[in-house]
Design a protein around this ligand. Structure first.
Ligand code: DWN
Length: 422
């Protein structure tokens, strides 16, 4: 594990002293994953000899509104200006967005939707589905590379961060939106108040703001510690969000649990004055969060204890099979995979290479651990003894499409909720 060239950012830099939703300074830190590069900071070969910035990764819970959040906020432009995560590289995600589009139409009413805005629209996958259904669409995404791809595909996309100023611009140019979506975005945003003020201004009176994000209960229940990384500033649960939306006369009218990304929630929000009624599922979710004791330090201390056990067992297992002469690779050059590798200090001494379906990532190297990334075809021609599934959230899809590898005796290592060989 290279340490000579790693440049650690001083801990006091980028530190948040107050909760981004309620402003409280009562932030209880419960887990540190150490310092590591940003999780999508993939490197070119020519970068490998340069020093890499390592940022602290500490997570805490606000003891006033119970929002779980990172202690340090890395400037967004460092992480999102040129972004290499593209959901459409996974059939699971494309199918998920198709079903999501159907639900949007059903929930909002096919004839009542004329204009949809997607915040963090990435390469325009979701909007392209809605555009085919005859809806006027607009994407908003800060990544220059992704906004360019979406515009080339005919999905009008503003290369910008969404906030109250962007909302005013959209309002002037296009008018109010019937539906505003934000999938895997809200957790990435520091100034949530500014964004929600923008939503309030841009959303039609009876419109729907629909967000989708990994759910804190699933993260804790399934030990999904590798989803804790610099891009995810918040780890969302319902109660803190209710407190946030309430300040803008918005309210949650429905919540639907999703299996995607290790367990997510799809949250439907409307103006309080809208004609939408509140589904009993909202109260049910709040009750479950109380039952899971999301307001107690002990819940988070117990999670941190399990994380340390998982790390110990995984490192011990990988070192043992490596010592026995086994070959080990990785599957899915994912952000979560980079967190796992850096936290467990596993690099090319254990993992020979990683295969991935994203063209942008081929020929690059993982941040901090410098493991080379190849196209998936590489595993079809070789049979490494073990493959660590870094994109465990797509285990079904990936194992399905690698049946022959397993028939040749190859085995997948799944790391959470606990170490499993399949
Ligand atoms: O919030 C975020 C989540 C939703 O996605 C983003 N901040 C970043 C990203 O996190 P991630 O990189 O951990 O996401 P995934 O979706 O677990 O990683 C997918 C990676 O796996 C991609 O690089 C593509 C790869 N993959 C593959 O190689 N073969 C995926 C599938 C389904 C496959 O068959």
């Amino acid at each position: 594990m290279r340490t000579l060239l790693n440049k650690k950012i001083p801990l006091q830099k980028y530190r948040r002293k107050t909760c981004r939703i309620c402003g409280s300074s009562k932030l209880y830190p419960f887990l540190s994953l150490g310092s590591m590069p940003i999780p999508n900071g993939f490197l070119e070969k020519s970068d490998l000899h340069k020093s890499e910035l390592h940022y602290p990764l500490k997570v805490c819970v606000c003891e006033s509104c119970f929002l779980v959040q990172l202690k340090h906020v890395i400037p967004a432009e460092i992480m999102f200006k040129n972004y290499l995560y593209i959901p459409s590289t996974s059939q699971t995600m494309v199918t998920h967005f198709q079903k999501f589009a159907d639900e949007i139409i059903k929930k909002a009413g096919i004839h009542k939707i004329t204009f949809v805005v997607d915040i963090g629209s990435n390469d325009g996958t979701l909007l392209s589905i809605l555009k085919k259904k005859g809806k006027r669409v607009l994407g908003i995404d800060p990544a220059e590379n992704l906004a360019a791809v979406a515009n080339t595909r005919g999905i009008k996309t503003m290369n910008a961060y969404f906030n109250s100023n962007t909302a005013e611009k959209v309002l002037r140019q296009y008018g109010k939106a019937d539906v505003i979506t934000a999938t895997n975005v809200i957790a990435h945003i520091d100034n949530l108040h500014n964004v929600i003020a923008g939503i309030k201004a841009l959303l039609q009176t009876n419109g729907l703001f629909i967000i989708e994000a990994p759910y804190l209960i699933d993260l804790l229940d399934n030990n999904e510690f590798d989803t804790i990384y610099h891009e995810h500033l918040s780890y969302l649960s319902i109660r803190p969000l209710i407190k946030l939306f309430d300040q803008y006369d918005l309210r949650i009218i429905d919540i639907k649990k999703q299996s995607i990304h290790g367990g997510s929630v799809r949250i439907f929000i409307s103006h309080k004055e809208s004609n939408h009624s509140v589904h009993p599922r909202v109260e049910k979710c709040i009750a479950e969060e109380k039952l899971k004791k999301l307001h107690l330090r002990s819940t988070y201390n117990e999670f941190a204890r399990r994380v340390k056990v998982i790390k110990r067992d995984l490192v011990h297992f990988l070192k043992r099979i490596k010592k026995d002469g086994r070959t080990i690779i990785g599957y899915g050059a994912s952000a979560k995979g980079n967190v796992l590798l850096n936290y467990c200090e596993i690099s090319t001494d254990i993992i020979n290479y990683i295969v991935d379906s994203t063209p942008y990532k081929h020929g690059k190297y993982t941040p901090g651990t410098h493991i080379p990334i190849y196209p998936e075809t590489k595993i079809k021609n070789e049979t490494p003894d073990y493959t660590v599934l870094f994109s465990w959230n797509f285990a079904k899809e990936i194992i399905e499409k690698n049946k022959k590898y397993r028939e040749r005796g190859g085995q997948f290592i799944i790391t959470i909720p606990y170490l499993k060989i399949v």
